[in-house]
Design a protein around this ligand. Structure first.
Ligand SMILES: C[S@@+](CC[C@H](N)C(=O)[O-])C[C@H]1O[C@@H](n2cnc3c(N)ncnc32)[C@H](O)[C@@H]1O
Length: 436
């Protein structure tokens, strides 16, 4: 039976844009269309209340388990104006956020508010059961990359201090990474420090400082960018030098592209490929906002790109291949799937990743960096193994021992595993990534 809720006041008042954008981003995260950082960056435009959008999404992710119970306990909105994701966002705000103040008479909102007592009961029943995510030993921090195209690390730190942030100073040569982790774990909300590994452009903050950072002009002007350290490992593995030619494969929405361009201050040739038109549009916005002007963006299936057509660009110094994957390593991943990861899906992804890596090899670059945000061996070490078995160009390549100082390495019974890199929130304070 469908319940009809009578709404008398303000029935035509629209729902504020932030709620609609937050639910759209949540849908995109669910469809693995990007990380929270990249999606937030893509809507960081004049007029959008980024702070509110971010808060709505975080409240939803942090309380997802219990919010899903609440969604399942109610009749869905028969008008079709409130889908699964908007319902989650509205419940998150009602129960864990600003209580939907000022918009309770908007029809979709009134529908959700009518179940408030039911939700309170569910919350009560769950108290003490650990309803929210993140109750393990992971350390989730906020990384800020300085956009060196627009500013310098020194200028950014000076501005942060002026805005009441406090730098925790340390000397890298005096402490180990484990001691650095202690400093990070003890960061207070307005503290920050320079990252241990990427001392030229990466700062580490308490995760709760995110909203405050998003209000800074530094952020709205893209002088600083929110980007997990794990993404920068891929960029580091490229061994960037000025004037390099890099193929940036599976590039959209361009978070790694902007990091590459920043580190070489636009002094390189980046040729980027992605087959998704929608994501390429997002990337164009991000690239422009970040002041990147050394990148040619191509909306193409990478497997259709031939060595002949690339012959005019001369030597390809490196290919960064960052293909679609299960996303199982993302700390803020919204996982709506019931049960565990579907093995069939993982094998399908691995077969696609192997094809992409074989194609990258066939273009004969000097170096290939293969990266995923998956924790599954099937998509990582196993893909490397398959490529060395299947590619006719395999004899021209070997796996090199990247970033020798990095503590966590590849896994599995492969002779090259210790040369690969893994990262995660417990050991390396990052998202879970793999690099080969
Ligand atoms: C993990 S995302 C890339 C993230 C991006 N490198 C960044 O740092 O912002 C994977 C991308 O691969 C793209 N993709 C999947 N299959 C592709 C293909 N055959 N050719 C080109 N791009 C493809 C998807 O559209 C998606 O944008």
């Amino acid at each position: 039976m469908v319940k009809v809720i009578a709404v008398t006041m303000d029935a035509h008042k629209p729902l504020p844009k932030s709620y609609l954008i937050a639910s759209r981003l949540l849908r995109q995260m669910d469809g693995q269309k990007g990380s929270l950082n990249s999606l937030i960056t893509s809507v960081n435009k004049n007029g959008n209340n980024i702070k509110q959008i971010y808060a709505l999404i975080m409240k939803t992710i942090q309380n997802l388990k219990i919010i899903k119970q609440m969604v399942n306990s109610i009749d869905t909105d028969s008008s079709g104006n409130c889908d699964e994701f908007l319902t989650q966002i509205l419940i998150a705000d009602l129960m864990f956020g600003k209580r939907l103040e000022g918009i309770r008479n908007v029809p979709q909102v009134a529908h959700i508010v009518s179940f408030e007592n039911k939700f309170k009961q569910i919350l009560k029943n769950n108290t003490g059961k650990g309803g929210s995510a993140g109750s393990d030993d992971r350390v989730i921090v906020r990384y800020i990359r300085v956009n060196l195209i627009k500013t310098t690390l020194k200028k950014v730190m000076r501005k942060l201090v002026k805005r009441d942030f406090k730098q925790i100073e340390y000397n890298k040569s005096d402490i180990t990474f484990e001691q650095f982790k202690e400093l990070v774990v003890n960061l207070k909300e307005n503290d920050f420090l320079i990252d241990y590994d990427f001392q030229n452009d990466l700062l580490v903050f308490h995760i709760n400082s995110t909203k405050g950072l998003q209000e800074l002009k530094l952020f709205t002007e893209s002088k600083i960018v929110m980007q997990d350290k794990a993404s920068l490992i891929a960029v580091e593995c490229l061994q960037l030098v000025p004037e390099m030619t890099i193929l940036d494969v599976c590039c959209a929405p361009g978070m790694k592209t902007t990091a590459i361009a920043s580190r070489v201050k636009n002094n390189a040739t980046i040729i980027s490929y992605d087959k998704s038109e929608e994501r390429i549009h997002e990337m164009e916005t991000i690239i422009e906002k970040n002041g990147v002007n050394c990148c040619q963006i191509n909306c193409r299936d990478f497997t259709s790109v031939t060595a002949e057509e690339l012959s005019s660009i001369g030597t390809i110094d490196a290919i960064l291949l960052d293909p679609s994957c299960s996303g199982s390593g993302m700390n803020n991943r919204v996982d709506y799937r019931k049960g565990g990861e579907d093995k069939g899906r993982l094998y399908r992804l691995a077969s696609f990743q192997t094809r992409m890596l074989c194609h990258a090899m066939s273009l004969q670059p000097k170096r290939i960096v293969y990266s995923t945000c998956s924790l599954h061996l099937i998509e990582n070490e196993n893909v490397i193994k398959s490529v060395f078995r299947e590619s006719e160009f395999a004899n021209d390549y070997s796996v090199v021992h990247a970033l020798p100082q990095w503590p966590t390495r590849g896994v599995g019974d492969y002779e090259f595993a210790s040369k690969c890199i893994r990262s995660n929130a417990t050991s390396t304070l990052t998202n879970g990534f793999f690099y080969g």
